[in-house]
Design a binder for this molecule. Structure first.
Ligand SMILES: [Zn+2]
Length: 349
């Protein structure tokens, strides 16, 4: 029998995606096959696109990214899913055996290392079909649209970060960054009862969407020389909780400028260099708590779907671009274009 083929957005080199016909993977035990309906474009995809390769040590055939996707089951394999079920995949390829997994902290699985995800080390959702582990699939309620499902992944990151924090009703919150994670955190912490919500940003690319969403009370210019004074004055002595959603030395310095003594900085941004400078003594002398945050637990992933299904978060409001698979290369170019004003792109293969 001739092997079935499908269209996929194959990463063929630095900043180069080509639409190619590639084989549809076989459904082996424990796997299921979906017809992909939507796949969100993530900042980590941009990093791989720039590098022209995924994270796997072993080259993946016709490598295509995409880890924020959903679709309709066309072959459930030996799983409990039915043909026609709408599902999304949690990208985390946890081992299912280690101490972190057994403690319900699958996101800290000792086999994952922050990179062992679908679309990073194996082929992902920028294709017509996807075959993956059934235990990573979650049924989508009717109330979660295909496009909304493309935002489950960034929303889970924002949700876990908010839960990792010590945030309490009436706290003053500063979010450093203006990308999709930063803006979803703003949406969540406003609903969680922040009395004053501020955002520090270094350019205005995503400000139109932020103002339209309307959660942020105060905007700071992250490039301003008097940044620290402006933050301390506007918050009457500093913010209780600060979220770093950039992953740079300057963004972390902005967090230190804004946090109150005894306050907390939640670290979400991934740095592109292994080390960044940090004002250690200020953190020690002001008893600043630094809290790391990555991905979310398996339980929180299911809860994230629920945040959308119950209407608590209307994530479709965050989408700026919906494009077909044929325009994947254009979607990536637009994402890095300062004139692009992209907050979130969802691809419809
Ligand atoms: Zn594990």
């Amino acid at each position: 029998m001739k092997q079935q083929t499908m269209k996929a957005g194959v990463l063929t080199g630095p900043q180069r995606i080509e639409i190619r016909q590639v084989p549809v993977p076989e459904v082996t035990p424990g796997m299921l096959k979906i017809r992909v309906a939507a796949c969100g474009v993530c900042g980590s995809d941009i990093h791989m696109w720039k590098a022209g390769k995924g994270w796997s040590q072993d080259p993946v055939d016709s490598f295509h990214m995409g880890h924020e996707f959903c679709g309709v089951v066309v072959d459930p394999g030996d799983s409990h899913f039915q043909i026609g079920d709408r599902v999304t995949f949690w990208a985390n390829l946890y081992c299912g055996q280690c101490d972190m997994y057994l403690a319900g902290r699958e996101h800290l699985c000792r086999e994952v290392h922050g990179t062992n995800y679908i679309g990073f080390v194996c082929n992902g959702g920028y294709a017509e079909y996807f075959v993956g582990r059934a235990r990573n699939a979650y049924k989508l309620p009717d109330a979660v649209s295909d496009v909304a499902a493309g935002l489950i992944d960034p929303l889970m990151v924002a949700y876990h970060a908010a839960r990792q924090s010590s945030l309490k009703l009436h706290d003053k919150v500063l979010v450093v960054g203006s990308g999709i994670i930063a803006q979803l955190i703003c949406g969540l912490v406003k609903k969680a009862g922040a009395s004053c919500l501020a955002m520090s940003r270094v350019d205005d690319r995503q400000m139109g969407k932020a103002r339209e969403l309307g959660d942020v009370d105060i905007y700071f210019d992250g490039n301003a020389p008097d940044r620290a004074a402006a933050m301390q004055e506007a918050s009457a002595g500093g913010f209780d909780v600060v979220f770093e959603a950039v992953g740079s030395g300057d963004a972390l310095a902005a967090c230190m400028d804004g946090v109150r003594p005894g306050g907390e900085i939640v670290l979400i941004g991934n740095s592109m260099t292994p080390e960044i400078p940090f004002a250690l003594n200020r953190a020690v002398l002001h008893e600043i708590r630094l809290t790391g945050s990555v991905s979310c637990t398996r339980k929180e992933f299911a809860e994230t779907i629920d945040l959308i299904a119950t209407g608590l978060m209307d994530v479709e409001r965050y989408v700026t671009d919906i494009l077909p698979l044929d325009q994947l290369q254009h979607a990536f170019e637009k994402q890095i274009d300062p004139a692009g004003h992209v907050l979130k792109t969802v691809i419809r293969p």
